[in-house]
Write a new protein. Structure first.
Length: 71
């Protein structure tokens, strides 16, 4: 039963809001992620110590594909 199932996507592709029902998704900062990866790789290639752990913010974009949990 579709009324009892919620679906969530990842990365908030443009098509997510145009689907029927529109897809709830997690939006990640792709550009910032790419920049941090590039910095890490360049530091490692230069023999520098690199940060191994980092946190990025992510946003939950609620749309029609999720609903309240069943009782």
């Amino acid at each position: 039963m579709p009324q009892r199932l919620s679906i969530t996507g990842f990365d908030d592709y443009e098509i997510s809001s145009h689907l029927e029902p529109s897809l709830t998704t997690v939006r990640v900062p792709a550009e910032e992620l790419g920049n941090r990866i590039a910095s890490y790789l360049l530091d490692r290639m230069a023999g520098k110590a690199a940060i191994h752990n980092t946190e990025l913010s992510a946003n939950l974009i609620m749309r029609d594909s999720t609903g309240p949990a069943p009782n």
